[in-house]
Design a protein around this ligand. Structure first.
Ligand code: NA7
Length: 545
């Protein structure tokens, strides 16, 4: 499946999820570039290819978790989502449809993992090597690897000795898993676990939920969509997408204009209750100071804790499930559909592995400091080495052979989260220090891919073939990113947003919290000023057609 050794492309993209598919379409079909996409999986889909665990679904509403009118107005009108929050199989079917509809598969090499990408200064080309022994060259290297694609499995002692079945949620067997009659340990209580646990509990003989940190799980409010809702949504689609581009998080929800403490307690409660009943992330957008003012935040935190107390019968279990160590929304809040009620079942036990940590995995189960839980299967819902994990694994080295990992050993340094000094002609879609995971991903993906395509077009029109951020522009962006971060409560939590889930990972806020709308304006300004902050040069013969 590999390319002919040495084949030259205008651009190589890595990954065939939302980002890779859209970027391929823009570069190949709008600009006429020669493009090769490498994809480790056997099919398109990225996140939605790999994450097949029971209950996997999107936490953005389906009617704005798709490509927008930027890709195709016809597709927007034709495609019908069946649920308010689409489940993994439906999103995967959608991406497969997009791949077929736009004839994208012919330029994607599936089952092929990039093992190295080296910038060659003499030729101003990237040399991209793949695990089938092949290599190709490209003027542009564009990473479309997603933010949550490097699986994190903590290195518990004795893991290999376990005689039962082990699964990581993000590497779920395609044929599914039957837990009927089995005792199962689920490690982790993040967004993935919160989706999977209710489903596993329906099947298994017993489920032990090994919780280190409770989260503020928000009411998901999933359900089927009415015809009326679909009709109304489709009628105002243009407006909905436009709003996603202007708001802070890429959702078409109204921005809050009040502070939490500016209203009476009764009113505040009413506002939270309304948002909670609406479901989804709306509750995070009730007041404009929840992420800034600890006192304001505490009102929302306590509201969620009260929901937990009201729904979980055993008060001790309820208290264990109610987070106290971090403010609301400083870790990604999972969306739940019946998660808390799961703890009212006789076959579900909550285990506090903060108080009594996991010491080892034995041939027969998981041993914590307090004793062993004998199980037939272990499910690792332990997340990802987010944002940088996959980029580092890809073996990217820039000018002078400096690797990306070396350059970022104290944390990412980028300009706009889209490029980094020392790595000419490399663009990252939803890279660190861009809104990425602090936004509705497809909105940010389209924004980045459009911006990159426009930039490449500009270079061609100006007969330029080398681009790289200037060190000063990069320093300024990092400084701005850090200043924006420090103005929020986000650094207060040990979340994967700050890299705290991976031992030794530099602590930084990885996504940019300045807002999707503001970020877009900054990127547009940069482009309007001839790609201000980037150095561009004429290097050699351009192959852009
Ligand atoms: P997350 O959100 O990173 O959750 C991983 C969970 O695994 C979390 O509860 C962790 O506890 C737990 N974990 C990780 N390592 C350990 C060890 N060593 N011992 C005990 N528990 C551990 O990953 P998800 O897959 O749920 O979600 C990732 C994102 O996907 C999500 O935020 C959405 O954006 C979509 P911790 O909180 O670190 O104490």
């Amino acid at each position: 499946t590999g390319a002919e050794p040495g084949t030259e492309f205008d651009a190589v993209l890595v990954g065939a999820g939302f980002s890779g598919l859209y970027m391929l379409h823009r570069l190949r079909d709008a600009l006429g570039l020669s493009v090769r996409v490498f994809e480790a999986a056997d099919d398109v889909g990225g996140t939605w290819y790999w994450n097949r665990y029971p209950g996997a679904r999107c936490d953005s509403e389906s009617y704005f978790y798709s490509f927008s009118d930027r890709l195709s107005e016809d597709l927007l009108q034709e495609w019908n989502w069946s649920e308010r929050f689409a489940a993994q199989p439906e999103i995967l079917r959608y991406l497969q449809h997009v791949a077929d509809r736009f004839d994208l598969r012919r330029d994607i090499r599936f089952g092929t993992r990039v093992t190295a990408a080296d910038y060659d200064e003499a030729t101003n080309r990237w040399v991209i090597s793949t695990d089938d022994g092949g290599w190709v060259t490209a003027k542009f290297l564009i990473t479309a690897v997603g933010c949550l694609s490097a699986v994190n499995t903590p290195n518990f002692e004795g893991r290999d000795s376990f005689r039962g079945e082990q699964y990581h949620t993000a590497l779920w067997p395609h044929e599914g898993v039957d837990f009927t009659g089995k005792r199962v340990a689920v490690i982790g209580t993040g967004a993935t676990a919160v989706q999977a646990i209710p489903e596993i509990a329906e099947q298994a003989a017993h489920v032990y939920v090994l919780q280190r940190t409770p989260n503020y799980d928000i009411a998901g409010g999933n359900g089927p969509l009415t015809e009326e809702y679909v009709r109304e949504t489709k009628a105002k689609y243009k407006d909905i997408w436009q709003r996603t581009r202007e708001t802070s998080f890429g959702f078409p929800y109204d921005a809050p204009d009040r502070a939490a403490l500016s209203v009476s307690e009764e009113e505040r409660q009413r506002i939270y209750e309304t948002a909670w009943a609406q479901g989804g992330f709306r509750i995070g957008l009730t007041f404009n100071d929840l992420l800034i003012d600890p006192q304001a935040n505490e009102t929302a935190s306590e509201f969620v804790r009260d929901q937990i107390r009201a729904r979980v019968r055993d008060p001790e279990v309820a208290e264990l499930l109610a987070p106290k160590d971090h403010p609301f929304f400083t870790k990604r809040p999972p969306l739940e559909n019946g998660y808390y009620e799961t703890f009212n079942r006789d076959n579900v036990t909550l285990v506090d592995v903060r108080r009594s940590p996991i010491e080892e995995i034995t041939p027969t189960g998981v041993r914590t400091r307090d004793g062993e839980y004998e199980v037939d299967a272990i499910v690792f819902a332990t997340g990802f080495d987010a944002m940088t994990g996959t980029l580092f694994k890809m073996g990217i080295s820039g000018r002078g052979g400096v690797t990306l990992q070396e350059k970022w050993d104290q944390g990412p340094r980028t300009y706009l989260g889209v490029a980094t000094h020392g790595f000419p002609n490399m663009f990252m879609i939803t890279g660190p220090q861009s809104p990425s995971v602090l936004s509705n991903m497809p909105v940010s993906i389209e924004q980045h891919a459009d911006w990159i395509a426009d930039c490449i077009k500009y270079m061609h029109e100006h007969k330029l073939d080398k681009i790289e951020p200037l060190p000063e522009a990069e320093d300024d962006w990092v400084e701005h990113h850090n200043a924006v971060t420090q103005a929020t409560l986000l650094p207060m939590a040990n979340s994967w947003w700050v890299g705290a889930n991976i031992p030794g990972k530099p602590r930084n806020l990885y996504p940019y919290v300045g807002g999707v709308g503001n970020y877009r304006k900054i990127c547009e300004e940069v482009a309007a000023h001839g790609y201000d902050g980037f150095g561009m040069a004429k290097y050699g013969k351009s192959s852009v057609t």
